[in-house]
Design a protein around this ligand. Sequence first.
Ligand code: UD1
Ligand code: F6R
Length: 372
Amino acid sequence: MKGNFDHFMKKEIHEQPDAIQQTMRGRVVFDADGNVQRVFLGGMVDYLSTIRRSRRIILCGCGTSYNSAIAVRQLMEELTELPVTLELASDVLDRQCPFFRDDSIIFISQSGETADTLRALEYAKSKGALCIGIVNVVGSAISRATDCGLHINAGAEIGVASTKAYTCQITSMVLLALALSEDSRSRADRRMDIMRGVVTLPDTMRRALELDQKMLALARTLVDENSLLLFGRGYNYATALEGALKVKEVALLHSEGILAGEMKHGPLALVDETLPLVVIATRDSSYLKQKSVIEQLRARDARCILIVSEDDDSLDKFASNEDMIIKVPEVCDCLQPLINIVPLQLLSYHLTVLRGHNVDQPRNLAKSVTVE
Ligand code: UD1
Ligand code: F6R
């Protein structure tokens, strides 16, 4: 079952190019010349106009599935021009969130069985909202209970730490955002750019996976650390959160993802010359701001590990040594989180093996959390 891999987590990280291909299969439509034309979501066609007319879109899930919501929020807002808000499923129930008949609520779950997400879905249905599922497991409770949805078709995910489901969830929601904006002429060029980026994702991700040995070398330098902070913003705030979640849940190393814009509002006090920090600074509209964050961190002699675009040499001087600069292939800005998470998944995997912890069954965790 694990093939040539020692652990399911490693296998599933490396399966991502094929898994994303499966997510796209039959949904990205090409013309006779092989050029990408449009997105077609069979299970959603009857519901797209209702979603477009809704008062807002709410994205709801737990853990990694919630992080995938953070990753697509900005694009969903841009393409739909609707307010898009995020809800952690357990908090929906604790707060008895105000949900309305004209809300469209997207429930994201790999297993489709997570108790908090399922209860939040039942609650949303009782309020009359349109409920949409982004689910991996066909026939699961959330897939059955939603009005419509998209199976992400990532294939079985066995490792407790979610990896390929995360990138396939993001891909599915990017496709949904594209389908929702199909009527908008003013967004046609932007949509086309994104669709062209989507079809290149499997190849781009294969290139990102070539960072495996580089991430092993980096893990060796971090193996005895007690803490790791990750700074991201914009499209890559989710990357910082998801990278930190992977490091803490499998490598059992304290880690926090931080919105870089919040750095001066507290986290900067932790920064010294010993604490390792990861800063995500690939090229997008946040790039100059991230560059300034890096300069401020280096002014305090921080140990900066930088994730940058592959042809960007201008930040090399800020990394303490060549192990600390990670160059990733570039894609369309809103798709970059799909690529940037790959080195962080590999880092958490290698850290776990080097620290001697159980990779596929982390202490105290279950793959499917079926109790609240
Ligand atoms: C469907 C078939 C797929 C086939 C394709 C051919 C299934 C499960 N999928 O895929 O095997 O290759 O047609 O056109 O039979 N749904 C929910 N909630 C969810 C997820 C999905 O209600 O969380 C609903 C959808 O609205 C849809 C149905 O389940 O009605 C199947 O969804 P999905 O597999 O994503 O649809 P297709 O991609 O059309
Ligand atoms: C992290 C992880 C968990 C799950 C969360 C939701 O790697 O696996 O945080 O993402 O328990 O699970 P699903 O997606 O099955 O609802």
